[in-house]
Ligand binder design. Structure first.
Ligand code: SF4
Ligand code: SF4
Length: 131
């Protein structure tokens, strides 16, 4: 996917905080979130690493990661976090930033062509993965 954000973009930092309502600077890297995340085995950047990269302004790396799309918003990380940081909301904000720039994760028409694809999954894919 196209890179849209550069390292250290202050406007993006504010946008992530505004959309998510979360302050990723409060994360102190205990790793509790990643230890309990059911999707961690598929992620290229672990949930705690998302916060570490955001803290160092590596917005481009985070926005290009598979992790933000693989998060299933189960809130396990939020329940385990000693600082009540909700990474599901941060991942949602990161997805929104991409989708608002009309960058879809994939072409939805490729899925529609698959006749066996359940309708509910199709609608969910539209909502989560496309602008
Ligand atoms: S909400 Fe996302 S990041 Fe948090 S534990 Fe669930 S899948 Fe992992
Ligand atoms: S559990 Fe909370 S404080 Fe610990 S690494 Fe995850 S987000 Fe950071």
């Amino acid at each position: 996917m196209e890179t849209i954000i550069k390292k250290g973009d202050i406007e993006i930092e504010q946008k992530i905080m505004d959309i998510s309502g979360e302050d990723f600077y409060r994360c102190y890297q205990c790793g509790e979130c990643s230890a309990g995340c059911p999707a961690a085995f598929q992620m290229d950047i672990l949930p705690n690493q998302i916060n570490a990269l955001l803290q160092t302004g590596e917005f481009d790396k985070v926005l290009e990661s598979d992790t933000i799309w693989l998060c299933v918003a189960c809130f396990e990380c939020a329940t385990r976090c000693p600082h009540n940081i909700d990474i599901a909301k941060i991942n949602e904000a990161l997805r929104q930033i991409k989708i608002r720039k009309n960058i879809d994760l994939f072409n939805i028409w490729d899925i529609i062509k698959q006749e066996e694809f359940p309708t509910v999954a199709l609608v969910a894919s539209f909502r989560k993965f496309t602008a």
